[in-house]
Design a protein around this ligand. Sequence first.
Ligand code: SF4
Length: 327
Amino acid sequence: MNKIIEVKDLTKHFKVASKLGTKVEYVKAVNGVSFDILEGQTLGLVGESGCGKSTTGRLILRLIKPTSGDLFLEGKNINQISDKELRSIRKDIQVVFQNPYSALDPKMTIADILSEPLSIHKVVHKYQYEKEVKRLIHLVGLSERDLRKFPHEFSGGQRQRIGIARAIATKPKFIICDEPVSALDVSVQSQILNLLTDLQSELKVSYLFIAHGLNVIRHMSKKVGVMYLGKIVEIGDVEDIYSNPQHPYTKILLSSAPIADPFNDRDRQFVKGEVPSPINTPSGCAYHPRCEQAMEICKIKTPFLKSKDREHKVACHLLDFNEMIRG
Ligand code: SF4
């Protein structure tokens, strides 16, 4: 399968003034993130608020410029292209936003909302707009009558369907789904997730699926990346990571996830303490102030992602430590 997206050492540091305004500091939002996504595949990104998941998505969309690192779309480095070239590949990378209430222009009819990307990116000829817009609205499970309505006439779930129709209008190769169900009622979340899965099978589109919920990520993704303070600390096949997590942070995230079984009295564990400031990130392993297995080396030396086996990679000194004991 082709690599659709390849992210190499992507970094974004935002410049901010210190509290007293006397010096310049940097918020290290994304700190050397690397992954790739194959054609028709989904990579899930999971982690606490502020871990850099959404900033990674915005960097790939080129809504913000990276501080350093490379980003390839089907082998072409899109961090080093002109604005004109960037406009021409915008249609290949689309996004479904978290909040379907603010993502649609309240003054436009649904027909206009869906026609807009067709005309901007010249997806089809003008005389085919009507036919194409009807095709899109059917694909997301709404009816032609809905095309004459305005966004306020729809529920949250229906608006998210319209947001998805707009995202697929340009026939993209890759869609960033930025917490697409977290603002919706639980009752409609699964319908939207199933719609995204069905569209992926039909259109062979790849997704970067950003979410807080581990159950949602497992349902949607083939691979998962766990982020902590701007870095991926564990990445690999979703079933491998869920059944055999290696990083202490991943283990705690999995242990704290709610399960829909009142008779399962599993002891849930939670991450202790607050997320450290992304301005003054802890030395060595950034997770060490919260890690119950931290060793002296963890305060000094930064662990890098290392293969545990094949696709499964972990950034934790325990991996070396365990190998040393075994070997
Ligand atoms: Fe914990 Fe050390 Fe592993 Fe970091 S490197 S997760 S502090 S054991």
